[in-house]
Structures are given as C-alpha cells and as structure tokens.
Design a protein around this ligand. Structure first.
Ligand code: ADP
Length: 620
C-alpha cells in the first residue's frame, strides 16, 4: 500500500506542481496590484534606490537659492522678485547656459521690483519661466507669467507637482501636462531643451531631445522616473542669493550650467517634498526640477519591467519554490524553497543595477505562497501515508494474532497425541495408528498455515518460480470443487459447475488451483446456508478465457471491493460473520493471476452476493 502511494507520487505531482505554481503566482500578482501591494513595491523601490546609487557625476545644473537669509535680507516673500533680479544680475558674468525660474509670476508685483526683474530677464540667456496648473475639473487652466515677463522667455515649463498618491514621495515627473488644450513640458525638460538648443521630438513611446531618448510612453502619461543625484555628490550645487551678495566670487559655479532659481527656505513655502533618498527630510521643489534635468542630461533612465516578464518570472519562481516539495520533502525541499525566495530578492536588485525597475512583491509573494502551499500539501500527503501505514500495521498485527492462534490448535493436538503414545505403551494398534494419523494431518496443517504466510511474502518479492504446464480448465475447476465440497456441505451450500469452455491453460497448476480453491472457499465462507455457488466459464476474444465464481452471500459495497486485494484487509461483515480468515488469500490470488498474464474483476452488492471473474489466457 505504502509502496503504491509512493509510486503514484510523480504523476500527480506534476499536476499539483502546476496548480500550486499557478495559484501562487496569480494570487501574488493580484495582491501586488492592490494599493497596499503597490505601496510595498514603492518602498522596495526606495530601498533599492538608496542601495544602488550611481557613481557621482559632474552636474549640468546649479541652484540659485532663495533661502532664509535671502528672504530676511529682502523683507520676506514680498521682496522675492527683487532678490531674483539681483541674483540673476550677479550670475550673468559667469555665463550660465540657461536660467529656469521656479517662481510663479502670474500677478504684477510692486512696480519697482517688477521693473528690476524685467531688466534682469531681458539680459538672461535662454530664460525659461514656470507655469502652474490652477483650478479643478473643467476650470483647470495654466497660470502663465504676465506678458511683461513672459516675453523674455524662450519657453514656459510646468511645475505642477505630481506625487505618489499614497505616500507623497516624489519618485517621478510628468514630462508633459495638458490643460485647456494647452500643453506644457516640464520645467526641467524645457530648460534642458533651451540650454542645448535642441528640439523636443515626441513619439508615442518616447521623447527625444538631442542625444537623449526618454522612454516615457504616452499611454503611461509621459512619466519619467527621476534619478536623483547620489548622496555622495552632496546634492546639486547651490548658492543662495544672500551669499552671492556677500561673496560675488561664488557666481563661478553657475558658469556654463543650467541655473534653477527657486525658494529653498523651509519657513517660506510648501514646495518641499520627500524623495526616495530623503529619509524623512524634504527636498525643495526647485532641487527636484534640477535633479530631473540631471536625469535627462545623463541619458540613463529607469524603465519599468514589462508586465508579461514580471508575470512570467513570478510563475517561474513559484515553480522553482514548489518543485522541491512536489518531488521530495524535508530539508532538501526547504532549501530549494528558501533558494527561490532568495532569488526573488535578487531579481529586483539585479534589474535595478541595469536601470530596470522590477517590482519586488510579485516574485517574492509567488515564492512564499508556493512554498506554503506545497509544504501544506506535502504535510497532508505524508499524514495520509502515515495513517494508511498505521492501518496496515494494525491489520498485520491482527493477522499475526490469528496465525499464532491457528498454529496453537494443531500444535496442542500434536503435543497431546505424542504424550499419549509415550505414556500408554500397551495401546492397541488401531488406536495407535489413529493417533499417528492425527499427528501427521495436524503437522501438515501446521505446515500449510506457515506456507500460506510465507508464500505471500515470497510471491510479492517475486521469489516463487512459476512453472509452465498445460492443463484443461475443467480439470482445474473440478479438482478444486472436490476439495471445497466437504466444507460447502457443512453449510448445505451447493457448488454447481455449468458450461466450462474446452480451453487449456498454461502456467503453474498448483498456484492456479490455490487461486480457484481460495475463491471457492471464500464464496462458501461468506454465504449463508442453503445457497448456491455457481462456477461458469466462457470463451472470450482471441486468447481470452473467463472463469466466474458467483455466490449469493453477504456481498460488499464499492469501497470494500476496492480494498479486498490489500494484504490483511477484511470487511466488517466478514469479521462479524464468525468465519475465520487472515485477509491474505485474495492478495495472493491477485498476484497469482497477474503473474499468469491475467486479471481479476469483482462485481458485488451487499446482501445479494458477489461474482469474482478471472480473465485468463488460454495456452496456444
Ligand atoms: P479472508 O481470509 O478474510 O477470507 P481473503 O483475502 O480471502 O481473506 O478475503 C479478503 C476479504 O474479502 C474477506 O475478509 C472478505 O471480507 C472479502 N471477501 C472475499 N470473498 C468474498 C465473498 N465471496 N463475499 C463477500 N466478501 C468476500
């Protein structure tokens, strides 16, 4: 039984493996698709972002900062335009490539400051001004700088912040925004275009500018992930307008760079955001624009792995994780499962080092789900095997008890008889012979019982040699019936032989007799008195010959029939019938028949009777 279960594993295992892997990967993808799943993936992204920082580079941009000191010097936000004007004037001698101003200039300010700013703008090279989205719904529109300023700008760039909707971390930037049929490129993109005198060329999948090809498909909203300058670079170079007034030499850092002008003062504005690096600290909006500009300038973009690849990898990892449990158990399976989970961690890290954003959750969850599912399945399976092994041991023990009991009866008879002979020397001859016959027949009975037990083991181990003789089927049946009739007569059961084919069988006559005799005695044992046992035969197609033994006895249900060929199995009804038995006979019968190239079939109905049919091969 245990052996049969083990042999059945591989076929079923493939199915279990496929179902487990599919279930694990699909549910992993579904969980990753939820808001919670995506949030976890974003955290994993931030972690990798910090882990795999690029080597520092020479920045293309610099920040002209309106910090606390500047605001203090110019009397707060009111003086901001004047500060910007002074700042721009001071950096012009350093010849910046372009100047992008991240300050909203949609309303007129004080006449004097506006005039100052206009003068500065007039002299600024490649000036890019910002435009913000205001209003909502149908009223949404661009708030552009007033004409007085915008006339000096080579382009307008949008500065609308687009944050992660769950945790307000600035990971990416929409390169274009459309409102009221007007499109604005992002400030960083417009500034880079102005500085490099390149045209922005768009296609459905990317935006090309100079040598850079930005993979920002229109279907994904033209979003570009910002590759922030690594911490080792200490951020984008920054000089405040207040410091510039005190130390004009600082203007040198703006030489040949794209200048982003904006507020960095913590107290002044809300324009400060979290980034994957920020670790709880905020980054001013102007610095985020400068970082976006650096990303474009470097031309190395982080792209999302295609969904099909992520799904395929999740499935692959689930198969990998479950395979150990499908074909084995214990430590090796655990190690394979753990290896799959570790591989799931390595995937995103490896991909990130090649600028591919590979979501962490689908693969990891798929591997974990697959390990848990497969391990649970394996656990249930082993438990089932254990239960059936225990059942078999119980049955075996019962059979042993029975056998010992059976052995004791002839043994007692032999002992008693031999003692009689030795004690009474003057025993009459007929009595002595009777006792000697008894000893002889009882020892033969002992031998038969032992032989039966041994033959089960030897047959199943293939140790019995099968002879090949030819014998007619009717002779075989007749000699078995002759032996079974005395037992049948005790219960007034008639053994009736009808229509046997005139076929000759080839094989081991002794073993075949054992099989047929067993079926006959079973039919008698499990039938009430005054019934009939019918033996009949039939020619089949080709070499086939059928031999049936049908009774009108206690019968069996389907579940019982499926188990009667197991060693030591007896039905409840058989045990209650008072008929002695070991549950071994039929297992030997089956082995004999199959080793002769035949098969055995049982049709039975509780209370009605059973029919055992042997399908045999005739001798040719
Ligand atoms: P046993 O020594 O118990 O007869 P077998 O291996 O010959 O052992 O048979 C196994 C079991 O199959 C029996 O215990 C009985 O429950 C059932 N069985 C066998 N033959 C019949 C039959 N003709 N009618 C009903 N039950 C049967």
């Amino acid at each position: 039984m245990a052996l049969k279960v083990l042999r059945r594993i591989p076929a079923g295992s493939f199915l279990i493996l496929a179902v487990t892997a599919l279930l694990a990967s699909v549910s992993a993808l579904v969980v990753s698709w939820t808001a919670f799943g995506r949030q976890l993936d974003e955290y994993a992204y931030d972690f990798l972002f910090r882990l795999e920082q690029p080597a520092p580079w020479k920045p293309e941009s610099a920040i002209l900062a309106i910090d606390e000191a500047t605001l203090a010097q110019y009397g707060g936000l009111i003086g901001m335009r004047s500060a910007v004007a002074d700042g721009i004037e001071k950096i012009l001698p350093a010849h910046p490539k372009a100047i992008a101003v991240d300050v909203i200039l949609a309303e007129p300010g004080s006449p004097e400051a506006d005039r100052k700013l206009e003068d500065a703008f007039a002299r600024a090279p490649n000036l890019v001004l910002s435009s913000d989205l205001v209003g909502s719904g149908a009223q949404i529109h661009w708030e552009d700088p007033i004409e007085r300023f915008s006339k000096y700008a080579v382009a307008l760039g949008q500065v609308h912040a687009d944050l992660d909707k769950y945790d307000a971390v600035s990971r990416d930037l929409p390169l274009e925004k459309i409102a009221g049929r007007q499109r604005r490129w992002a400030l960083a993109l417009a500034a880079w275009a102005a500085a490099s005198h390149a045209e922005i060329i768009e296609s459905p999948d990317e935006i090309a500018i100079g040598k850079a090809r930005i993979p920002a498909p229109i279907r994904d909203g033209r979003v570009m992930r910002i590759r922030y300058a690594p911490l080792s670079m200490g951020g984008i170079p920054r000089v405040s307008i207040a410091d510039l007034a005190r130390t004009p030499g600082l203007a040198a850092i703006f030489s040949d760079r794209i200048v982003f002008v904006g507020v960095t003062a913590q107290t002044a504005v809300r324009d400060r955001w979290m980034t994957p690096y920020s670790n709880g600290m905020f980054m001013p909006g102007v610095e985020i624009h400068a970082n976006a500009c650096e990303t474009i300038a470097r031309g190395v973009f982080l792209v999302d792995a295609p969904l099909w690849a992520v799904a395929a990898a999740a499935l692959g990892l689930a198969i990998f994780a479950a395979v150990g449990f499908a074909f084995g158990a214990g430590m090796p399976a655990n190690i394979v499962g753990a290896a799959a989970i570790v591989t799931a961690q390595a995937f995103p890290a490896f991909a990130f080092s090649r600028s591919i954003v590979w979501p962490w959750l689908p693969g990891t969850l798929a591997a974990i789900f697959a390990v848990s599912l497969a391990a649970t399945w394996r656990h249930l399976m082993v438990r089932r095997q254990l239960v059936s092994a225990r059942e078999e041991t119980n049955r075996y023990q019962n059979a042993m008890h029975f056998a010992i009991h059976e052995l004791r009866t002839p043994l007692t008879a032999i002992q008693g008889s031999s003692e009689l002979i030795s004690r009474y020397s003057g025993m009459p001859e007929p009595k002595r012979r009777e006792i000697a016959d008894l000893i002889n027949s009882e020892s033969k009975r002992l031998g038969r019982i032992i032989e039966t037990f041994l033959s089960v083991e030897r047959l199943s181990a293939g140790q019995i040699e099968i002879r090949t003789e030819r014998f007619p089927i009717d002779e075989l049946v007749e000699s078995c019936a002759v032996r079974a009739r005395p037992i049948a007569e005790r219960k007034n059961i008639e053994i009736e032989i009808t229509s046997l084919p005139a076929a000759t069988l080839s094989g081991d006559r002794e073993l075949m007799e054992y099989a047929v005799y067993n079926l006959l005695t079973n039919a008698v044992k499990y039938s009430p008195p005054h019934t009939r046992v019918r033996v009949s035969g039939e020619d089949g197609k080709g070499e086939r010959v059928y031999l049936s033994i049908a009774d009108e006895g206690i019968g069996m249900d389907k579940a019982e029939v499926s188990r009667i060929f197991e060693k030591f199995y007896r039905t409840k009804k058989a045990e209650q019938s008072g008929e002695s038995g070991t549950g071994i006979g039929l297992s030997i019968v089956e082995q004999i028949v199959t080793s002769h190239g035949g098969a055995i079939q049982v049709v039975s109905e509780p209370g009605k009777g059973s029919r055992f049919t042997l399908m045999l091969r005739r001798a040719v």
